[in-house]
Design a protein around this ligand. Sequence first.
Ligand code: PMT
Length: 402
Amino acid sequence: MDSVLKGKHIVLGITGGIAAYKSVTLLRLLVKAGAEVQVVITPAGKEFITPVTLSALSGKPVVSEFFTANTGEWHSHVDLGIWADLMVIAPATASTIGKMANGIADNMLVTTYLSAKEHVMIAPAMDLDMMAHPSTVRNLATLESYGVEIIEPAAGELASHLVGKGRMEEPENIFSRIEKYFLSQCDLKGKKVAITAGPTYEKLDPVRFIGNYSSGKMGFALAEECASRGADVTLVCGPVSLVTTNPNIVRVDVESAEEMLAAARQPFAEADFGIFAAAVADYRPEVRAQSKLKREGAEDMTLRLVRNPDIAATLAATKRDGQVFAGFALETDHEHENAFKKLHKKNLDMVVLNSLQDKGAGFGTDTNKITILSKDGTEKTFPLKSKRAVAADILDLMCSFK
Ligand code: PMT
């Protein structure tokens, strides 16, 4: 699977702080993920890290001055600002933060920032007293109000040997934030999404059924997340007591697995993204009694069950090129093994594994803890999150398949 960063244009700004050495690792991670990186360094930044190292790693000459001294070539901050899909300044010193907040455009980095059309992130790095100074606090708040994303520095031992907040965030974590940003840009406007949710009820007689504990929360969270990203969503759901809020969601209520399959056929055939979040009964009573089954004094009773259709397997069997289908796997043991089997057997692009072994995961909860297994063999585990945040993670990954 390609990284979401593949082909993205990133301006990496480096300023004059000891943490500049960490920018080399960040640059390597970005390039390795397939991003095109243009390094812009302040004059002070060059005292900490050499442009030769940076241009060798980025494969592009480093930009620092408005002109190249020997040729007089003009470096256009405006062009760079337009070219960039994202600008990241790491490390960002108190001085650069102050200039950015106040529009003091006396170097190539700050002029590029002022011309940047897309998102800007900064990773401050400085001594703890500078970090806590009211002017830094105010400047950061100003930048935040301009929409700049601040990657908070960590606390720890600083270059001054003092201990406190001011260490630039580790390059791997900055890289994750960058990845997250691009993933969150996944826009579903004009896309169709089909989702199954909730339990199915398999009738025994007019008053009894075989069912399960699914509340529908996971499927509904997915529907709301997709709709809020602009998708037209069809939500085929079993008996639940939830309501949808987004007008882009068309809800189709069903009861049994057979009804769910019938209602899901067309939406899934037309969908760009299909998600099977329902907990479907694998079996149903062979006979549905027309009137209430009576005890008639019997000490026991045998019910004959017949297999229900596998909705995911049936609909994914005719999956077209360009369609991305995700299923769930609700497991209690041998989680990975079972989830991988479902991924392949049902012809899915990914399987979202949730285990009843994990507290706060699975049925009825407002949270879930998932691992997503993809058909290319990759695996991503997420911490316990709200079902809405889990839905966002699932969609971000599904979008990266497109
Ligand atoms: O609804 P909540 O209370 O929020 O709980 C969420 C959930 C636990 C129900 C959800 O996260 C989840 O795991 N859904 C799938 C539950 C399940 O039935 O898993 P499974 O491992 O038995 O099925 C595997 C996949 O095949 C699932 O995508 C399922 O929807 C699908 N399936 C299964 C059987 C069947 N006959 N038809 C299907 O489509």
